[in-house]
Design a protein around this ligand. Structure first.
Ligand SMILES: O=C[C@H](O)[C@H](O)[C@H](O)COP(=O)(O)O
Length: 298
């Protein structure tokens, strides 16, 4: 059985979800998934030797399992996060059918997820209209053993955190490369920090003095100058030593007190669960009570 044929909801018999075979899934969201033989690994900056098919299937499996477990017919206000795993979230939501989706409103965490919602012809809403969400599913750059995470590899952390805090249930989805014990183990670029543009130089100096000597402004790839977020701000990537990364909530508090920082890509004590698709077609679910569940492919 291939990873895409796993029926995760079967493990939760109390939920009466109907299995939708992959052949029934036809969405615009799926069109954005390309089939390269290799994939660029943002965490190491190198090319991964793992075929992209396996990584994409791992993402899809995590996303589908999370949707099956957490987006129930009663859920009406739904947050859609950012990143490369999220198209599979939308794909699986679409597979729940037009009838159930008709009564739902979808809130994006940025331009990318807004486009996904619009292209999927789902109803778009705004967090200012719907400050309480039933559930938000989002990607992650790295997740530790206590469900703390680094987010913001795509510079979306501010809106993502607003939606994470607004959601009654916040869940992360990712492939196996994001699952680690301590933050900073796999994700080496540092913590993405959104800053007000005019304050960036001062914030950098401060970061250098409190344990991140290599903190730097994130530069754009196909544009001269810095990355500009959906909110018109800059992003600083700030690597910290392992000792500081072992206490992410403490570090987060310290960073939030620096004037000019708008939001920090450390998400602490927010998640209900994190889903990781594995290379062998299984899914690892880390729950906020410390339980780790392994769902095998039969
Ligand atoms: O800013 C971007 C978000 O935090 C993403 O959720 C995160 O970077 C993971 O993205 P991807 O799934 O593409 O690795």
């Amino acid at each position: 059985m291939s990873p895409t044929h796993v029926r995760p909801f079967a493990l939760i018999p109390s939920r009466s979800l109907i299995y939708l075979p992959p052949s029934t899934i036809k969405s615009r969201a799926s069109l954005s998934v390309r089939n390269h033989s290799k994939v660029h690994c943002r965490s190491s900056g190198r090319m991964s030797a793992v075929p992209v098919d396996i990584i994409e299937k791992s993402k899809q499996l995590a996303a589908w399992t999370a949707v099956d477990n957490h987006i129930l017919p009663a859920d009406k206000i739904i947050g859609i996060g950012s990143g490369s795993t999220v198209p599979y979230v939308v794909e699986r939501i679409l597979a729940q059918g037009a009838e159930v989706n008709k009564g739902r409103v979808f809130i994006p965490t940025g331009f990318q997820s807004r486009q996904l919602i619009v292209e999927a012809q789902l109803t778009l809403g705004d967090v200012s209209q719907y400050p309480v969400l039933d559930v938000t599913i989002d990607g992650a750059d790295e997740v530790d053993h206590e469900l703390n995470s680094i987010k913001g590899g795509g510079a979306c952390q501010l809106q993502e955190k607003v939606l994470a805090e607004a959601a009654k249930t916040w869940v992360m989805v990712a492939d196996y490369r994001k699952n680690s014990e301590t933050l900073g183990t796999n994700w080496k670029q540092g913590i993405p920090i959104e800053v007000v543009p005019f304050a960036y130089a001062g914030v950098l100096r401060k970061l250098h003095s409190i344990g991140s000597p290599t903190a730097h402004l994130r530069m754009a790839k196909m544009k001269a100058g810095p990355v500009v977020t959906d909110n018109g701000n800059f992003v600083i990537d700030a690597p910290f030593a392992v000792e500081q990364m072992k206490e992410p909530a403490k570090l987060l508090t310290q960073l939030k007190l620096i004037t000019g920082i708008v939001e920090v890509g450390l998400f602490c004590n927010l998640a209900k669960a994190a889903y990781f698709g594995n290379q062998d077609g299984s899914v690892t679910i880390k729950w906020n009570n410390g339980r780790v569940e392994q769902i095998s492919k039969e």
